[in-house]
Design a protein around this ligand. Structure first.
Ligand code: ACM
Ligand code: ZN
Length: 616
């Protein structure tokens, strides 16, 4: 304690004496506490990475860190075991001797010791990994000329996450993404300190995981004959008539699971049931109520054909889950449970018989019976289930964790009942939504979820009693891929929204500040560029919103996410300038024909001019 106080005092003294401005630190998610001075840490050819041995995980992290530094500098640091390092110079040390429970399982401390070497300390390797992620975000951009010396701001960090569950989801059912991309997605998650990948592996439009006992799941279920083109606007559907599909072999699944583990990420596989199962039914029609035939879906939506509740289906699903358990070492298996029409069950003798024998009054209760049975099976293999919030209907399975997607009500109800909850409310956590004016964005499913809206999200609902807060494990963004056909479509939708979410789930609530986050974005945009990733800069665009007011008059508003920006506009077809009228408040849309607007800071235009013509 005393040592820490002295150290902080010294930092304060150093900072007080400094006249130079402190450099911008752009670490996302914002560390819990950090101090930066205009002193520097210098690394050069003599710099080594010293890791506490014997610890194979730390060794791997040290090797990777050396490699990453080598991308930015004309040198690659030598990696040395602590037991072999005779002295310490301007090195980086990775040690797990922190012995401070306040940092938990994932926290770390980074210190510029004696203004000489940089230490990253944690209670275990996980914490070191997150310390390294922060360190990497201190590095300058990769230039053409690699420097002989890397000069970083002197920094002190104490950091740990706010939530234990920090998730990103990826739907590979609607469109299939190769292993190489799933790994890249995992890299991005790791960079932002997410620890859970929810891998949505089965859908109406494709079954994506090899199951040895049921080969037709991938021979038949992984392929569709056609895909609907664009948004369906009327009854006339347009299809491409192209065979489309793909799946992961079990070997590939293991490869991804192992890769994720190196990045401290657990994968939760989702095997959807009883709905969103048309692809499986196309392969094994006997698992449906009518017996089929069924086809792998070529369009989006919710389909009436779901798994039948006869005994044979449970055997089938348990066999599948047995293989899934063997591939995924994590505790959780996601069993879906969302959007299950009860039409077929109502008319199926087997399902009705089941309801009678189990004394179930409604088809909702039959769904609940379905989920409970699967939960029991998984529990007998020491696994726990997660399901979408529909699993609350008809009675929640005893140990289930609920993923709240239809708003936050499901999450609140489940937490009040003492169930664990992961918040993924559609309005802020669905990254398949537009992130700007749809006229300026690639085709998306709909909706609008701006980066600043993601950033403002608070996962613990106000309505929840404080003694239930602990049941909110964290939050997750969902990336549904009906309209995302290629890896670059996915990166465009998640970058930078996942950066915003990372602060929601990692950083202290009271230290989150949109303007500070916004200032860090240019550094991250440069990182994405370096990585060759397609990303969105729509955060710098203006947004025209037309809304009915309380008098039922359409009001036009222009919104900007740029902190402290002033919007100036014209209605006479001239381009806006610093002298144009300032946008103060909404105008009746009726009064506007064509409007041109732009954002200005300190009299300087930021970004492009955006225009809107109101159709009358
Ligand atoms: C969902 O979006 N159907 C969970
Ligand atoms: Zn049935």
């Amino acid at each position: 304690m005393f040592k820490k106080a002295v150290f902080l005092f010294l930092i304060f003294l150093v900072m007080a004496c400094e006249k130079r401005e402190k450099p911008q630190v752009s670490i996302i998610p914002r560390p819990e506490k950090y101090w930066v001075s205009s002193n520097t840490i210098n690394f050069d050819r003599k710099t080594r990475i010293i890791y506490e041995d014997p610890n194979p995980a730390l060794r791997l992290m040290a090797d990777d860190l050396a490699l990453q530094i080598g991308k930015h500098a004309a040198f690659t640091p030598e990696v040395v075991a602590l037991s072999q390092a005779k002295s310490i110079g301007n090195d980086i040390t990775l040690t797990i001797n922190l012995a401070d429970s306040a940092y938990g399982n994932e926290g770390y401390k980074m210190e510029h010791n004696g203004m000489k070497f940089l230490s990253i300390q944690a209670n275990n390797a996980k914490g070191i990994f997150y310390g390294i992620q922060s360190f990497l975000q201190l590095l300058p951009s990769v230039g053409v000329e690699k420097p002989d010396e890397i000069v970083l701001p002197s920094i002190y960090i104490e950091d740990k996450p706010r939530f234990s569950y920090r998730g990103m989801h990826l739907d590979v059912g609607r469109h299939f993404f190769p292993v190489s991309f799933v790994k890249q997605y995992i890299d991005l998650m790791a960079m932002y300190k997410f620890n859970t990948l929810h891998w949505h592996l089965t859908e109406d439009q494709g079954w994506r995981i090899e199951i040895k006992k049921y080969p037709k799941l991938t021979e038949v279920g992984a392929w569709r004959d056609k895909t609907i083109v664009g948004h369906q606007v009327n009854e006339n559907k347009v299809f491409d008539n192209l065979r489309y599909g793909g799946f992961y072999t079990q070997e590939e699944i293991r490869e991804v699971v192992d890769y994720a583990a190196l990045k401290q990420i657990t994968i939760i596989p989702e095997i959807e049931m009883p709905g969103h199962s048309l692809a499986a039914l196309a392969a094994y029609p006997e698992m449906g109520c009518s017996g089929g035939p069924y086809q792998v879906a070529g369009e989006w939506g919710v389909f009436d054909d779901v798994y039948c509740t006869k005994e044979q289906t449970f055997t089938f699903l348990e066999d599948i889950l047995t293989e899934v358990i063997g591939l995924f070492p994590g505790t959780y298996i996601h069993i879906g449970g969302d959007e299950v029409p009860k039409t077929r069950w109502k008319n199926c003798p087997s399902c009705q018989k089941r309801m009678k024998s189990e004394k179930l009054k409604t088809e909702q209760e039959l769904q609940s019976y379905f989920v409970r049975r699967i939960e029991k099976f998984l529990a007998s293999h020491n696994r726990r289930i997660i399901g979408w919030d529909e699993i609350l209907e008809g009675g929640l399975a005893p140990e289930a964790t609920v993923m709240s997607w239809r708003g936050i009500t499901g999450g609140i109800d489940a937490a009040q009942m003492g169930h664990d909850v992961i918040m993924t409310p559609g309005d802020v956590c669905y990254f398949d939504h537009y992130q700007g004016d749809s006229d300026h964005e690639p085709l998306a499913i709909g909706g609008l979820t701006k980066v600043s809206e993601v950033y403002a999200y608070e996962p613990v609902p106000e309505e929840l009693s404080p003694n239930r807060f602990k049941y909110i494990l964290g939050a997750q963004a969902n990336v549904w891929t009906e309209y995302l056909t290629k890896p670059e479509d996915v990166t465009y939708m998640v970058l930078p929204r996942m950066a915003a979410l990372s602060e929601v789930v990692w950083s202290p609530k009271e230290k989150r500040e949109w303007s500070a986050f916004y200032k860090k974005l240019p550094y991250h945009f440069a990182l994405y560029k370096e990585m060759g990733l397609h990303y969105s800069q729509s955060v710098n665009n203006l947004y025209f919103r037309i809304k009915l007011d309380e008098n039922k008059v359409n009001q036009l508003n222009i919104e900007t996410e740029i902190p402290d920006a002033v919007i100036r506009y014209t209605t006479n077809d001239s381009m806006p300038s610093v002298n144009s009228k300032k946008w103060i408040k909404a105008l009746p849309a009726e009064e506007v024909n064509t409007i041109h607007a732009a954002a200005f800071i300190d009299g300087k235009q930021i970004g492009e001019v955006f225009s809107k013509t109101i159709s009358k």
